[in-house]
Design a protein around this ligand. Sequence first.
Ligand SMILES: [Zn+2]
Ligand SMILES: [Zn+2]
Length: 120
Amino acid sequence: MSTSNSCQKQQTKKHRHNEKRHRCNVCNKLFSRPSALQTHMYTHTGEKPFQCPSPGCGKCFAVVSNLRRHSKVHSNTPSPRHRLSAQVRHQFIEQMLLRYQASQHYQEWTQQQQTPTVIH
Ligand SMILES: [Zn+2]
Ligand SMILES: [Zn+2]
Protein backbone atom coordinates (compact mmCIF):
# COMPACT_ATOMS: atom_id res chain seq x y z
CA MET A 1 0.00 0.00 0.00
CA SER A 2 1.41 3.18 -1.04
CA THR A 3 0.01 6.18 0.55
CA SER A 4 1.11 8.55 -2.08
CA ASN A 5 -0.37 11.46 -0.42
CA SER A 6 1.97 13.93 -1.84
CA CYS A 7 2.45 16.34 0.83
CA GLN A 8 0.85 19.26 -0.87
CA LYS A 9 2.52 22.28 0.31
CA GLN A 10 0.05 23.21 2.89
CA GLN A 11 1.33 26.65 2.98
CA THR A 12 -1.84 28.40 3.73
CA LYS A 13 -0.13 31.60 3.16
CA LYS A 14 -2.07 34.04 5.14
CA HIS A 15 -4.05 35.76 2.50
CA ARG A 16 -2.79 39.07 3.60
CA HIS A 17 -5.16 38.81 6.43
CA ASN A 18 -6.67 42.19 6.75
CA GLU A 19 -4.22 43.64 9.10
CA LYS A 20 -5.41 46.33 11.29
CA ARG A 21 -3.11 49.00 10.14
CA HIS A 22 -5.34 51.97 9.93
CA ARG A 23 -4.81 53.74 13.16
CA CYS A 24 -6.78 56.57 14.57
CA ASN A 25 -4.37 59.31 15.39
CA VAL A 26 -6.62 60.56 18.14
CA CYS A 27 -7.14 57.50 20.29
CA ASN A 28 -4.75 55.07 18.56
CA LYS A 29 -7.50 52.60 17.87
CA LEU A 30 -6.77 50.23 14.99
CA PHE A 31 -9.04 49.44 12.11
CA SER A 32 -8.83 46.91 9.33
CA ARG A 33 -10.48 49.05 6.73
CA PRO A 34 -9.93 52.70 5.92
CA SER A 35 -13.67 53.16 5.73
CA ALA A 36 -13.99 51.87 9.27
CA LEU A 37 -11.40 54.35 10.41
CA GLN A 38 -13.12 57.10 8.50
CA THR A 39 -16.42 56.30 10.18
CA HIS A 40 -14.67 56.19 13.51
CA MET A 41 -13.07 59.56 12.93
CA TYR A 42 -16.49 61.16 12.68
CA THR A 43 -17.03 60.30 16.32
CA HIS A 44 -14.07 62.52 17.13
CA THR A 45 -14.81 65.32 14.72
CA GLY A 46 -18.51 65.28 15.36
CA GLU A 47 -19.13 65.20 11.66
CA LYS A 48 -22.35 63.73 10.43
CA PRO A 49 -21.91 63.34 6.71
CA PHE A 50 -24.82 60.96 6.16
CA GLN A 51 -27.92 63.00 5.65
CA CYS A 52 -31.38 61.60 5.38
CA PRO A 53 -32.45 61.99 1.74
CA SER A 54 -36.07 62.21 2.69
CA PRO A 55 -37.37 65.66 1.82
CA GLY A 56 -38.27 67.76 4.81
CA CYS A 57 -36.25 65.63 7.20
CA GLY A 58 -32.56 66.31 6.69
CA LYS A 59 -31.44 64.46 9.79
CA CYS A 60 -27.72 63.78 9.85
CA PHE A 61 -25.85 60.76 11.06
CA ALA A 62 -22.23 59.94 11.65
CA VAL A 63 -22.71 56.29 10.81
CA VAL A 64 -24.41 55.11 7.65
CA SER A 65 -26.05 52.23 9.44
CA ASN A 66 -27.80 54.70 11.69
CA LEU A 67 -29.11 56.48 8.64
CA ARG A 68 -30.35 53.21 7.19
CA ARG A 69 -32.15 52.41 10.38
CA HIS A 70 -33.60 55.89 10.48
CA SER A 71 -34.81 55.78 6.89
CA LYS A 72 -37.23 53.02 7.85
CA VAL A 73 -39.09 55.67 9.76
CA HIS A 74 -40.07 57.21 6.44
CA SER A 75 -40.83 54.05 4.52
CA ASN A 76 -43.11 52.72 7.23
CA THR A 77 -45.20 55.81 7.58
CA PRO A 78 -47.26 56.52 4.49
CA SER A 79 -49.51 58.63 6.66
CA PRO A 80 -50.09 62.09 5.18
CA ARG A 81 -49.74 63.52 8.64
CA HIS A 82 -46.05 62.79 8.49
CA ARG A 83 -43.92 65.72 7.56
CA LEU A 84 -43.75 65.88 3.82
CA SER A 85 -42.14 68.29 1.49
CA ALA A 86 -44.29 71.01 0.06
CA GLN A 87 -44.21 69.34 -3.34
CA VAL A 88 -45.27 65.94 -2.06
CA ARG A 89 -47.94 67.46 0.08
CA HIS A 90 -49.20 69.48 -2.87
CA GLN A 91 -49.41 66.35 -5.02
CA PHE A 92 -51.21 64.55 -2.27
CA ILE A 93 -53.74 67.31 -1.81
CA GLU A 94 -54.27 67.58 -5.55
CA GLN A 95 -55.02 63.91 -5.73
CA MET A 96 -57.47 64.22 -2.92
CA LEU A 97 -59.09 67.21 -4.58
CA LEU A 98 -59.40 65.43 -7.90
CA ARG A 99 -61.03 62.50 -6.22
CA TYR A 100 -63.24 64.79 -4.27
CA GLN A 101 -64.21 66.89 -7.26
CA ALA A 102 -65.35 63.77 -9.04
CA SER A 103 -67.75 62.98 -6.27
CA GLN A 104 -71.38 64.04 -6.31
CA HIS A 105 -71.05 65.79 -3.01
CA TYR A 106 -68.55 68.18 -4.40
CA GLN A 107 -70.72 69.04 -7.38
CA GLU A 108 -73.57 69.92 -5.11
CA TRP A 109 -71.32 71.73 -2.70
CA THR A 110 -69.78 74.01 -5.34
CA GLN A 111 -73.18 74.95 -6.60
CA GLN A 112 -73.97 76.16 -3.14
CA GLN A 113 -70.66 77.81 -2.38
CA GLN A 114 -69.79 79.20 -5.79
CA THR A 115 -66.24 79.76 -4.56
CA PRO A 116 -64.45 76.51 -3.78
CA THR A 117 -61.86 77.01 -1.10
CA VAL A 118 -58.49 75.47 -1.60
CA ILE A 119 -57.21 73.40 1.25
CA HIS A 120 -53.84 74.60 2.42
ZN1 LIG B 1 -10.21 57.44 17.62
ZN1 LIG C 1 -35.28 61.24 7.81
